[in-house]
Write a new protein. Sequence first.
Length: 153
Amino acid sequence: MTPTQFASFKYQHDGKGNRSQKRIWFACGCLGLALLALAVFGPIPGFVLLLVAVVAWLVTTRELMLGPRYLLCGTSILYYANVKRMTLSRAQGKLRLVCHDGQSFVLEREKFPTGARKPAKVAKNKAAKFDKVSGKIIEKVRKASANTDLSVA
């Protein structure tokens, strides 16, 4: 079985961020080295490595991850096949996905970060990223949905 590949996009969602497997291994390795350094070299190198381990553990990235069958955003998981209604509002910059169980997910244009400084470029970059991600989500929901009359309202 091959591992699932996710497309990830920076997205400032409400909720906790994601820790990658590499970050977890790095933090655990630094913790082990910190304990070893405490025993061998004394408290100063040990506490420095312990501080590095704690910082590596606490720093998380806020991302929106799109998989082949589901979407991950913070602590929420949305299966594309469970979506019964999509509502795209380009004027408001929102894509709302509503599932059969009542769970809803709202993708907002304003939550995409950008490195631009000028207001016109910020708006342009956020709109481009929103269009790209919302297009991918709509395509994946349509592909996974057994409901053939699913459309963007």
